[in-house]
Design a protein around this ligand. Structure first.
Ligand SMILES: [Mg+2]
Length: 213
């Protein structure tokens, strides 16, 4: 992989943006409201998955009692109110800067809602690093595979020149659908054990990425 990358595609939540603890807190609030047992940070990272509705079931919710649409909306309302309590991962800006300095172009590919994603990138003063930003048109964090395939068509690079960086197995699936390489960082929404299961290349934090550039 070394020295060949010309375009780097970033996942947002759990990769550049450290919103893991906030997500655990909010899901625990929802569980409490629904009189269900709390989950730990570790359990969260073991059960989190895409589509997010599957993870809600694993957390203990029964959609016959409260629909996923209602739960998802409640989650996102609190998330939106509190998201700026969170921050970028340590070293995120440094790695964005390093990638840019190597002449590698960058984009964001996220299951987060597109217009909110633009606001957040602006808030953290990192919009300037990305030549393209892709996000969903709704708040329910389903698949971003179709966005990835659209993005791939726009990128005029050989598949070996594109690297997708994410924090979940969904990122690896999307990279596969796009026919590009993928690296997963294991301090986000899924545990290292989960990420390594399919033979993925897994790094412990963003700073390790510099060895791949
Ligand atoms: Mg993510």
């Amino acid at each position: 992989m070394k020295n060949k990358i010309k375009h780097l595609i970033w996942d947002w939540n759990g990769t550049l943006f450290n919103d893991v603890q906030l997500s655990v807190d909010i899901i625990n609030n929802l569980l409490k409201i629904n009189k269900l047992p709390q989950i730990t940070y570790e359990k969260y990272r073991d059960i989190f998955t895409f589509p997010v509705s599957d993870y809600y079931k694993l957390a203990g919710f029964d959609f016959n009692k409260t629909s996923f649409e209602i739960l998802g909306k409640m989650f996102m309302e609190e998330y939106e109110n509190r998201k700026y309590e969170m921050n970028l991962f340590n070293g995120a800006k440094e790695i964005l800067e390093l990638v840019r300095s190597r002449g590698i172009s960058q984009s964001v590919l996220s299951a987060y809602k597109y217009d909110t994603l633009l606001e957040v990138l602006e808030h953290y003063c990192i919009s300037e690093y990305f030549e393209s930003v892709s996000g969903l048109d709704n708040i329910y964090a389903g698949s971003k595979e179709h966005l990835g395939i659209e993005l791939r068509k726009k990128l005029n690079f050989h598949k070996s020149e594109i690297l997708l960086v994410g924090d979940t197995l969904h990122d690896a699936d999307v990279a596969k659908a796009m026919d590009v390489d993928c690296v997963l960082i294991s301090n986000g929404h899924q545990s290292a054990d989960k990420l390594k299961a399919n033979g993925n290349l897994v790094l412990s934090d963003l700073s390790e990425l510099k060895h791949l550039l």
